[in-house]
Design a binder for this molecule. Structure first.
Ligand code: NAP
Length: 511
């Protein structure tokens, strides 16, 4: 069993006891008491939770400035009654007789807060040969690929081992530690009080990342992008796994901009034995890179995704040792299905509609391609007219008719459906709307769809409601694209209501 350990910086014995109790209440199996700043020892005998005691020197990224002998004295006294004491591999080199001085089972550790240690394998060999009961190695992830090396260290361990990558790119080494049989992983008591970069708060580890459900067979899914820290996708997909009882976990995968980074990620993660990577959401800036990669690899690509020029979903099917990759766009399906669901119509019925697509960026392009594919007449409005012209001429006549018109004429238009795919009205510029202050002629049959989801109710949607029109908010699109991904990967129908609640909750916390 992999333990969930909450590290606590100790300021005094009372605070250490209080935080230990809070950690236990939050579900910690063990705590690490970082006594770097203590000048006196204290007793952990009645803390009620197994403890690791650590007195980390400044030269290993800690805060203790004492000479080694003095530092070890406080460590030994405080660790009396603790489950383990952590000492640095370097301390074993600097000081003779450390195991006898400490007298507790040792975690022998090595940390690099800058980069991957050049002699990583030598460090592991030295730890294996040393007196420790447990090896611990942690380094700052250079890229997300460093996590794979941490997983390999766990897979090949000779002793119980902790192998972690620090920083945002290293988060998966913490979440998936249990899948790879680590001795423990660290989770902070709260946001911002961790002892190393990238620690996830314990509540989030348990609820968001499904810590209790993770096991060796758990399938791994994730969102590939940069930046990725504020993505709502882990919350929505993990909630869906929870609700449907699927043995999966969905994680953020920070992959730097550029095709080469994306390719390197795919080439290392997809075949990695034991990771069971089974599906990927692709977000900015990698949707075009995903299409290019699948094209190069001969992966199956949905024709409309090909025409849009972007893939936001990759399914990874493993059968009899072979891996099949396929790509699609669930963004376009989300746009179409949000509309047809609201109108109680079939996709084919869209041929009867005249639709204004406002914006000619990625989402605008997706909307135009999807609507034109189903025969709608589309008018593209965009701040930069040239982009609207180019988009219209690219998709005009494929099935539906696509034309462009000046943004200033938007309010004179006579469309039945208006879709805003610009960022107008998005937080923090919530007073903006593509309609400005004059609204086109709307009726109860008009439909206004705003792709912006933060805030959920935009100025545009309020203008539409005041004019008596039907509305669709950006949450609907977000939920539907995620639901379609879930269904692509699992073959099960997605729990849309749960997914919607998760997004609404997440957005209300941000408001
Ligand atoms: P994008 O590719 O960067 O395109 C941005 C579009 O907005 C362009 O057409 C741009 O016009 C226009 N624009 C930006 N600032 C403007 C301004 N001040 N006035 C007028 N037009 C302006 O972005 P995207 O990825 O398509 O995203 C667009 C919006 O859709 C964002 O709000 C995003 O949050 C939302 N979105 C929602 C979902 C969902 O699931 N609900 C999914 C994806 C995106 P120019 O060509 O003139 O620059």
């Amino acid at each position: 069993m992999t333990l969930l350990c909450v590290p606590i910086f100790v300021r005094d014995a009372q605070q250490a006891r209080r935080d230990t109790a809070l950690a236990a209440e939050a579900g910690a199996d063990i705590v690490e008491l970082r006594i770097d700043e203590m000048t006196e020892s204290f007793s952990v005998n009645s803390f009620g939770v197994p403890c690791i005691v650590t007195n980390r020197p400044t030269w290993e990224g800690g805060r203790c400035e004492l000479a080694d002998e003095d530092r070890l004295k406080i460590l030994a006294k405080t660790a009396d009654g603790a489950a383990y004491a952590d000492v640095e591999l370097e301390t074993l080199h600097r000081v003779a007789g450390v195991p006898d001085k400490i007298g507790r089972p040792l975690i022998v550790s090595s940390h690099d807060f800058q980069t991957r240690p050049a002699k990583l394998n030598n460090l592991i060999i030295a730890m294996n040969e040393g007196p420790g009961a447990i090896n611990k190695i942690a380094w700052a992830a250079r890229t997300v690929r460093d996590n794979l090396e941490a997983f390999e260290i766990l897979q090949r361990r000779d002793k119980p081992t902790i192998a972690l990558c620090m920083g945002e790119a290293g988060i998966i080494s913490r979440i998936l530690a249990k899948k790879f049989g680590a001795f423990l992983t660290f989770a902070s008591l709260e946001d911002g009080v961790g002892t190393a970069p990238g620690q996830v708060p314990i509540a989030r580890m348990k609820r968001l990342y499904r810590w209790d459900s993770i096991g060796p067979q758990t399938k791994v899914y994730g969102v590939v992008g940069s930046p990725i820290a504020h993505s709502m996708s882990p919350a929505i997909h993990n909630a869906a796994f929870d609700q449907t009882g699927i043995d999966g976990v969905y994680v953020p995968l920070l992959v730097n901009e550029g095709y080469e980074s994306f390719k390197a990620f795919m080439e290392s993660f997809v075949p990695f034995e034991g990771l069971d990577l089974s599906g990927l959401s692709i977000t900015i800036p990698h949707k075009e890179n995903a299409l290019r990669y699948l094209t190069e690899k001969g992966g199956q690509i949905e024709p409309l995704a090909q025409r849009i020029g972007a893939v936001n979903t990759i399914a990874i099917d493993r059968q009899n040792g072979s891996v099949k990759l396929s790509g699609r766009s669930t963004d376009y399906a989300a746009i179409l299905d949000s509309i047809t669901n609201k109108l109680q119509a079939a996709r084919e019925d869209l041929a009867q509609f005249r639709v204004a697509v406002i914006g000619a960026g990625g989402t605008g392009r997706t909307a135009v391609a999807a609507l034109a594919h189903y025969g709608a007449t589309v008018v593209v409005y965009n701040r930069t007219r040239d982009r609207a012209d180019a988009l219209a001429s690219e998709f005009n006549g494929k099935t539906g008719k696509v034309v462009s018109a000046p943004m200033e004429k938007l309010c004179d238009s006579c469309c039945q459906i208006y879709i805003n795919t610009t960022s107008l009205g998005m937080h923090p510029n919530m007073d903006a709307s593509p309609f400005d202050d004059s609204v086109p002629k709307l009726s109860p049959d008009s439909l206004i769809f705003d792709a912006v989801y933060n805030p959920i109710e935009t100025k545009l949607l309020r203008q539409a409601q005041n004019a008596g029109a039907k509305t669709i908010n950006g949450v609907e699109m977000f939920v539907r694209q995620a639901a379609a991904q879930f269904e692509t990967w699992t073959g099960k129908s997605a729990p849309m209501d749960i997914m919607r609640n998760v997004v609404v909750d997440a957005l209300s916390m941000r408001a």
